[in-house]
Design a protein. Structure first.
Length: 194
């Protein structure tokens, strides 16, 4: 049974820039650049029926492309750090897209997400790394790069690895900006990416 989640992909040129931050922190398990993403909604380990229903519901999402702005480096876990992240600046389009995913996944029968949406890209998972070591690592990077891109699709990703961090597989891709009403009020015909 696959572990599923919806996400915005990180373009390879942005991923490459973020990957330059890797290293220099013993105990960090660095995520491969090709697995960088911004999680929208974690579905978890779901049965085939729920996975299929979720994938079908996501086809109905008709939104404009989303501007993604990576603003700074950070950490999750406070005094017991568990991951190094690149923070993504929340904006209306991103927040509304995530909220729609939340509504659709509840319609598919999933429990409500218990955590507040904090958009980010996970760069490393940490194990037995002190808060002091993480603070030192962050201070040497000066806040990290400011990077912007436009996401023109979201994806349904799967992971079969038990430890997190990939490898991830794109199960379905859904265009953003496709099927949104144009200025004349017409709607483009639906078609798949495959």
């Amino acid at each position: 049974m696959p572990r599923l989640f919806t996400a915005l992909e990180v373009p390879s040129v942005i991923g490459e820039r973020l990957s330059f931050l890797r290293g220099g922190l013993p105990g960090a398990r660095w995520i491969d650049a090709e697995n960088y993403h911004v999680t929208l909604r974690f579905l978890g380990d779901v049965d085939e029926r729920t996975a299929s229903e979720a994938a079908d519901l996501l086809v109905g999402v008709k939104r404009d492309p989303v501007q993604v702005s990576i603003t700074e480096l950070g950490v999750f876990g406070g005094d017991r750090p568990r991951s190094i992240i690149a923070r993504v600046q929340p904006n209306t389009e991103l927040t509304e897209l995530q909220a729609e995913h939340e509504r659709l996944m509840r319609r598919a029968g999933l429990a409500p997400e218990g955590r507040k949406f904090t958009p980010h890209v996970t760069l490393a998972r940490l194990r037995d790394v002190s808060a002091h070591a993480v603070a030192d690592w962050l201070s040497l990077r000066g806040g990290g790069p400011a990077l912007d891109y436009e996401a023109d699709r979201f994806v349904l990703l799967s992971s079969r690895a038990s430890t997190g961090g990939g490898p991830y597989m794109v199960e379905e891709a859904y265009p953003l900006g496709f099927g949104v009403d144009d200025e004349e009020g017409e709607t483009e015909d639906d078609e798949t990416l495959w």
